[in-house]
Design a protein around this ligand. Structure first.
Ligand SMILES: Cc1cc2nc3c(=O)[nH]c(=O)nc-3n(C[C@H](O)[C@H](O)[C@H](O)COP(=O)(O)OP(=O)(O)OC[C@H]3O[C@@H](n4cnc5c(N)ncnc54)[C@H](O)[C@@H]3O)c2cc1C
Ligand SMILES: *[C@@H]1O[C@H](CO)[C@@H](O)[C@H](O)[C@H]1NC(C)=O
Ligand SMILES: *[C@@H]1O[C@H](CO)[C@@H](O)[C@H](O)[C@H]1NC(C)=O
Ligand SMILES: *[C@@H]1O[C@H](CO)[C@@H](O)[C@H](O)[C@H]1NC(C)=O
Ligand SMILES: *[C@@H]1O[C@H](CO)[C@@H](O)[C@H](O)[C@H]1NC(C)=O
Ligand SMILES: *[C@@H]1O[C@H](CO)[C@@H](O)[C@H](O)[C@H]1NC(C)=O
Ligand SMILES: *[C@@H]1O[C@H](CO)[C@@H](O)[C@H](O)[C@H]1NC(C)=O
Ligand SMILES: *[C@@H]1O[C@H](CO)[C@@H](O)[C@H](O)[C@H]1NC(C)=O
Length: 643
């Protein structure tokens, strides 16, 4: 896993926690009520946001969250005693999945994780807390078509921004920290008071400014505030952490443990939702929620009066739906599951961020102190770092997590070739050749094809927009354990994968087919990005340090074929941002939910998590998962208050 584990998205070591016991915590069916008004499936980032808001808005209605994992409130991987570069190897409360081989990527597999704990992936992620830009959200609406753009609920930037603001409390760094690192921000992007916290931390590695200077020499412009809808350029990115303790801020805290116990808010842990069941058809009343105890395998139904909200995340929401008979009819038939609703979009449309690194060696003395290697080579440094983190306020390297800066660059700023790329995309959407890039069993589904065409046209607009980033390269320091690297995140992939039940064991984690590179234009974009990042090494700053390219390397020339080979060999296929597997699109565009997040054709059933995005935005996904939860809660509250 290399750099990934090391620097960006490492997994939390939550073992050894002494769980804070909340009155509402339930461990077995005998502790539950006879029935609930709202049942939320999955106590993760979006799910706990919704549960918190609904239980506060309706004191007389009962809310139950059913969560597979357990309560762990201990600090995560970027907190001591976990090494900055060595995640705890054991008892991690997460699923670790390996995808099927990707034939267009030399049969490489993707390694993907998902939180399995109260708080979900927000409790195990890399704490990099950026937001999409305005064009990302506008593209969701565009892909949905007129019906989606004109209703009273819109998911465009103007419809999302208020919820991004509401979902987090941003604390300004102190003046001396600002002086030290030149952090910039604009409070007009914030204003919430929710106990989900973010800030700019009090620490940088000593060479943080080296890459910063080099990016400016590439004419990338610093952006004062990247969370306000415009982020093409050099960005500071807040960390999801408490501003005083430095500890991870996550949904299990901010939307559960830190919430005053409410008589109407229950959380059942260590239980797996198997499926939802409609005893009298999908258009009468909300479904029952069939649930399995992990402790003793006991199976029972939870009765729901109001709604069931599925928030099991991009990898598991499709499994709950498919086990319920809601999904692609042909696949369900092969799985021997009676079809309740034929929705071919369930588990389709899988997207993630992926990309290779450009790497180099410094051939001139590179003397900065401290660099991350101190954490493993210097016991004094490490124990000082632990002491600094435990001080009040917290300080030192543990407060930085993997880093809090990145560049975001649009395709037109990377290459004049962008017009060729964009016209290829438009061409495939209008000539009907696009369907051949879809999963084989979806190539004849007219709704999925229509949705894919709409997505491609929205992406063509996005990719030709100078203000809309398509490359991200995060950084904290030039020194990474596996050599110095600039990672090339492909923010807007065209290839589409699937999440499907494991036919031999439907309760096991799903089978992931990423299908990376199945749309060949993704390679055009990977190449444009690698060529662009190679230019970093020609900047005066990098030349001064004697930076010498090691990957692709001097022996890999600039020709397309050699670079494609390099991409296939070096690509990391998941930066842990799987999404879009229950897309919010009209049913005739392969959608699973509408703008109100109700599952098409199913009464009393919504999906509220990162699966509902039609297109992966150019951002890490946790801030968006919170905002989706906030917006969904508002939609649901308005609807029930109006009854
Ligand atoms: C290792 C890692 C690193 C990441 N790094 C970053 C980062 O640095 N910055 C960033 O912004 N984003 C990052 N992400 C992505 C981001 O955290 C997620 O996209 C986001 O939190 C997803 O929210 P969600 O609500 O959709 O799902 P989750 O938060 O994953 O919640 C789903 C919940 O459902 C539960 N569940 C699943 N199936 C069932 C079932 N059948 N019954 C009951 N419960 C069930 C799970 O246990 C989980 O608690 C990272 C993710 C991972 C895994
Ligand atoms: C990928 O695997 C398939 C099936 O095993 C095989 O036919 C193909 O040659 C492999 N491709 C590469 C590049 O190894
Ligand atoms: C911060 O900005 C000042 C003024 O522009 C500059 O002199 C200084 O080098 C910068 N410091 C860092 C760490 O970038
Ligand atoms: C849940 O209810 C459905 C529909 O009535 C029924 O078929 C199923 O067996 C029930 N499950 C359990 C565990 O009782
Ligand atoms: C780059 O540096 C690493 C670590 O010092 C070394 O192992 C490797 O051989 C170097 N690569 C090249 C191409 O110089
Ligand atoms: C180890 O870290 C300590 C504390 O920061 C520092 O004073 C010392 O110089 C470091 N030792 C080496 C060999 O770099
Ligand atoms: C444009 O594309 C061609 C063909 O793929 C390639 O040779 C050339 O280097 C590209 N130019 C840039 C600036 O990326
Ligand atoms: C499906 O589950 C079985 C049993 O748990 C496992 O052995 C198998 O590897 C899984 N299949 C896939 C494709 O993941």
């Amino acid at each position: 896993m290399g750099f990934l584990a090391a620097a960006l998205v490492s997994l939390a070591a939550l073992a050894g926690a002494s769980p804070v016991q909340h009155g509402s915590l339930k461990r077995q069916v005998s502790q539950l009520r006879d029935k609930y008004d709202f049942v939320v499936v999955g106590g993760g980032t979006s799910g706990l946001t919704v549960a918190d808001r609904l239980s506060a808005a309706f004191p007389a209605k009962t809310v139950l969250v059913i969560e597979y994992g357990d309560v762990h409130f201990a600090p995560g991987v970027f907190d001591p005693p976990t090494d900055w570069i060595t995640p705890a190897p054991d008892s991690a409360p997460a699923w670790s999945l390996t995808s099927l081989p990707n034939p267009d990527m030399g049969n490489k597999t993707a390694f993907v994780q998902a939180g399995q704990v109260v708080g979900g992936s927000s409790a195990v992620n890399g704490q990099f807390f950026d937001r999409p830009d305005r064009f990302d959200c506008d593209a969701w609406t565009e892909a949905g078509g007129p019906e989606f753009a004109q209703g009273d609920i819109t998911w465009s930037w103007s419809g999302m921004f208020p919820y991004f603001k509401k979902s987090v409390t941003f604390t300004e760094p102190t003046a001396d920290i600002v002086r030290q690192y030149n952090y910039t921000w604009d409070m007009s992007a914030y204003g919430g008071s929710t106990p989900i916290h973010s800030t700019y931390g009090p620490f940088q590695w000593a060479d943080q400014t080296v890459l910063g200077k080099a990016w400016m020499e590439m004419s990338i412009k610093p952006v004062k505030e990247c969370a306000g809808g415009d982020k093409e350029g050099i960005c500071w990115v807040p960390t999801s952490q408490h501003p005083v303790t430095g500890e991870r801020s996550h949904a299990g805290l901010g939307h559960y443990a830190d919430v005053q116990p409410r008589a109407n808010y229950d959380l059942l842990v260590q239980h797996q939702v198997v499926r939802v069941v409609y005893p009298k058809g999908t258009n009468t009343s909300p479904p029952l929620v069939e649930t399995r105890s992990l402790a003793d395998d006991h199976l029972f139904n939870v009765t729901v009066q109001g709604e069931v909200i599925i928030s099991a995340g991009a990898l598991h929401t499709p499994t709950v739906l498919q086990r319920s008979g809601i999904g692609p009819a042909s696949f369900l038939a092969s799985a021997g599951i009676p079809v309740v609703l034929d929705l071919p979009g369930v588990g389709s449309n899988l997207q993630d961020h992926a990309g290779p690194p450009v790497t180099w060696n410094y051939t001139q003395p590179y003397e900065f102190f401290p660099l991350p290697s101190e954490m493993t080579s210097n016991a004094t440094f490490k124990s000082d770092a632990i002491a600094a983190f435990n001080a009040t306020p917290a300080g030192g390297p543990y407060t930085l997590a993997g880093g809090n800066s990145a560049i975001y660059v649009s395709l037109p700023h990377m290459t004049p070739n962008y017009t060729t790329i964009v016209s290829k995309i438009r061409q495939m959407a209008t000539s009907n050749s696009a369907a051949s890039y879809l999963p084989p069993d979806l190539q004849s589904e007219s709704s999925i094809i229509a949705g894919y065409h709409a997505q491609l046209l929205a992406l063509a607009n996005l990719l030709s927009n100078r203000a809309a980033p398509s490359l991200e390269t995060p950084w904290a320091t030039s020194e990474f354990p596996a050599g110095t690297a600039a990672w090339s995140f492909l923010l807007h992939p065209l290839s589409r994968g699937t999440v499907r039940l494991n036919l031999t064991d439907p309760l096991a984690p799903p089978v992931l087919d990423y299908r990376a590179g199945s749309n060949p234009v993704d390679f055009d974009m990977h190449l444009a990005q690698v060529r662009y990042l190679r230019r970093l090494l020609e900047t005066p700053t990098m030349q001064q340090h004697g930076a010498t390219e090691t990957g692709p390397g001097a022996d890999v020339a600039g020709d397309d074929e050699a670079l494609v080979e390099y991409v296939k060999q070096q690509i990391v296929l998941s930066f842990m941002h799987p999404c879009c597997t229950a897309a919010m699109l009209p049913r005739n565009r392969g959608g699973v939910v509408g703008v109100d997040l109700k599952v098409h054709g199913a009464k009393g059933l919504r999906v509220v998590d990162i699966s509902v995005l039609p297109l992966v935005p150019g951002a890490h996904l946790s801030a968006t998962a919170y905002a989706v939860g906030e917006k969904a809660a508002d939609i649901i509250i308005r609807e029930w208050k109006g009854r």
